[in-house]
Ligand binder design. Structure first.
Ligand SMILES: Cc1cc2nc3c(=O)[nH]c(=O)nc-3n(C[C@H](O)[C@H](O)[C@H](O)COP(=O)(O)O)c2cc1C
Length: 314
């Protein structure tokens, strides 16, 4: 087959739990708004899916500014999970997004297990939602601010509670700010997660040396972008080698080559985050680039390269 027709026939479909995606490229939560913000720049229906900005039961104002700082090869943010709350999301944001025909995954967050469960229950049966992504990087107010995603038992209880209330596929999004990411992934897999996505941001900080003040009003924030890619890739490789559920790779993915690294490391799909801010066409270019790579290497389906890493230790 000549390379051009091979490209046209390329099968990019992947499955995450019972969700079938036309291709493995999604946009990451918090970096693509509720989709509409990017609609004049990106063909939303073409994307594998859109993970919308994290929502909570009640609206949240977020942290005071400055909330975003650029670093040498990434970005620090302390948005503080600002969002419109679940009722406005369902009433005002979702209907428009649903019309585009894009696959929609809703990222949810809460301060207690009960809040996660109530959110999942509120979204159950709502038309147009293909899955939930559970952000467990939020502090548990009842446990004195310890993030759910740093204690396996807490991550497992959130997962169980969300699964019990939800009627769609549940992805648990892991935090890299732990000693052993594999332990976290296994805990949520045992608790019933249909998939895991990783990584969320790494905790970092920056200082303005003239004012001698922290660059972020919140002092510390989440580091994302190319700086975190090697850490994310390592964690995805370790987790994909240790669990049976699908893994979605996130962290510094900017080009098709980055995405292919994650697929080879065992990710079934990827999410593009920080890159959307400075290159809104990144996700679409990544879809094209994966297609081109597969054709060049004589593959007919993207599934042929998932987990295809040769470490020499097999
Ligand atoms: C400004 C900003 C806001 C974010 N908001 C959320 C969020 O609401 N929920 C969530 O799970 N992750 C959130 N994230 C994390 C991203 O989804 C992603 O996991 C992280 O940025 C790493 O990917 P990247 O290096 O491609 O950006 C946010 C990231 C940024 C930069």
């Amino acid at each position: 087959m000549d390379p051009v027709s091979a490209k046209n026939d390329m099968d990019l479909r992947v499955r995450i739990g019972d969700l079938r995606l036309p291709n493995p490229v999604l946009t990451a939560s918090g970096t693509f708004g509720y989709g509409r913000e990017f609609a004049h720049l990106v063909d939303l229906h073409r994307l594998g899916g859109i993970v919308v900005k994290g929502i909570s039961l009640e609206p949240r104002p977020g942290n005071p500014p400055p909330r975003i700082v650029e670093t040498a090869c990434g970005m620090l943010n302390a948005i503080g999970l600002e969002n419109v709350g679940v009722e406005r999301f369902v009433g005002e944001k979702l209907p428009w997004l649903r019309e585009t025909g894009a696959r929609i995954i809703v990222n949810i967050l809460g301060d207690s297990v009960d809040e996660y469960a109530r959110l999942a229950g509120r979204l159950a049966g709502v038309e147009g939602i293909s899955g939930l992504e559970v952000n467990i990087s939020c502090p548990n107010v009842k446990r004195g601010g310890v993030a759910f995603g740093t204690v396996p038992e807490m991550a497992a209880s959130v997962t169980e509670a969300v699964k019990a209330e939800s009627d769609v596929m549940v992805i648990v999004k892991l935090s890299p700010n732990v000693t052993d990411i594999v332990q976290m992934a296994r805990a949520v897999e045992e608790a019933g997660a249909d998939a895991v996505s990783l990584i969320n941001t790494l905790i970092g900080m920056a200082i303005d040396i003239e004012s001698r003040r922290p660059a972020l009003a919140n002092v510390i924030g989440g580091l994302s972008g190319p700086a975190i890619k090697p850490v994310a890739l390592r964690m995805v490789y370790q987790v994909a080698s240790s669990v049976r559920i699908p893994v979605i790779g996130i962290g510094g993915i900017t080009t098709a080559d980055d995405a292919i690294e994650f697929l080879l490391a065992g990710a079934t799909a990827v999410q593009v985050g920080t890159a959307n801010f400075y290159q809104p066409s990144a996700a679409e270019e990544i879809i094209d680039g994966i297609t081109e790579y597969l054709a060049r290497h004589g593959h007919l389906s993207v599934r042929e390269i998932i987990g295809g890493l040769q470490t020499g230790k097999e």
